[in-house]
Design a protein around this ligand. Structure first.
Ligand code: HSE
Length: 309
């Protein structure tokens, strides 16, 4: 195999009660990438369509991730990378991690799959760090594993794959404002009250139980964020109205996707997810802010191969 084309999906990190540890994979939104073997060693980014991103390998998320996996494999070839961005950088649905995880997944295929998903997540995190300054795995892991994932620990990296109830659908609204992940992290306090921590870990535990038992009521009862949302929601205009409208129209829960500005809701059934999209649409249609809304099933497969030759 000399060339592979993949679909690398958008992902929702945090999922309200799981800041920096929980994430899930979307299906309708994602980038495409073509990775080709070259005789010359090293990594060349040859094409970027759909976003203004650096072409220099060491400044590009995909470039750094590619170098990490090629080095670890001691590969006797290099690669050229074409990136077709459909996920807007800075939208809060894992744009940089889609580039990083897509690249390492594709190169692993070109290498004959020497690495497992856990190892691929580690290489992807090297790329992700270029964009956000910190190595976190809550967007990279759901892209690579599919479905819901829990980052049990970073050192050593341990990813726990979680089940996805079959009727769970996501609605995502992307208000077209920019929020830098670094800024959204900087506004968070270093310490939190124990009472909030208790509520948060109770919700995280019960959400995971709800995922295992297909208990949609329990999932709904758990999708609350007592720690991060109170700070970050101030960065997203009309967040409270969108959240209220989503819940009132049947969403199980609604929160900030990653560091925002996208806002996600989870619903039981695709019809409900579309109702929620309509409700979110009504809120933002009354504002000056441009936005984009989509409904997606939870992608349990993760990154997909479009072709290989
Ligand atoms: N967990 C990270 C955060 C995801 O919320 O800052 C950012 O992409």
């Amino acid at each position: 195999m000399n060339e592979i084309k993949i679909f690398s999906p958008a992902t929702v990190a945090n999922v309200s009660c799981g800041y920096d540890v929980l994430g899930f994979c979307l299906d309708t939104k994602g980038d495409e990438m073509i990775i080709r073997k070259t005789k010359e060693k090293g990594v060349k980014i040859t094409k970027i369509v759909g976003a203004e991103l650096p072409f220099e390998t060491k400044n590009n998320v995909a470039g750094v991730a590619a170098l990490a996996i090629l080095d670890a494999a001691n590969a006797d070839f290099g690669v050229e990378v074409e990136i077709y961005k459909n996920i807007k950088p800075g939208s809060g649905v894992g744009s940089s991690s889609a580039s990083a995880s897509g690249t390492v997944f594709a190169i692993n295929e070109l290498l004959g799959r020497p690495f497992n998903k856990q190892q691929l997540t580690l290489f992807g995190m090297k790329g992700e760090a270029v964009a956000s300054g910190v190595e976190h795995a809550d967007n990279v892991a759901p892209g690579i594993f599919g479905g819901f994932t829990l980052v049990k620990s970073l050192e050593p990296l341990k990813i726990v794959q979680l089940p996805t109830p079959s009727e769970l659908y996501a609605t995502v609204i992307h208000p077209q404002i920019e929020i830098k992940t670094s800024e959204a992290r900087n506004i968070l306090p270093d310490e939190i009250p124990l009472s909030n921590a208790i509520k948060q870990w109770a919700n995280l535990g019960s959400l995971i139980s709800g995922l295992y038992t297909d208990n949609y009521e329990l999932i709904a009862d758990s999708l609350h964020d007592h720690i991060v949302e109170p700070y970050r929601s101030q960065l997203i205009p009309h967040f409270k109205e969108v959240r209220e409208a989503a819940i009132k129209n049947g969403a199980l829960g609604c929160g900030i996707s990653g560091s925002g500005p996208s806002v996600f809701a989870l619903s039981k059934g695709v019809e409900m997810a579309h109702n929620v999209a309509d409700a979110m649409n009504t809120v933002y249609s009354n504002t000056e802010i441009e936005f984009d809304i989509y409904v997606s099933k939870i992608n349990t497969e993760g990154i997909k191969i479009i072709h290989k030759k």
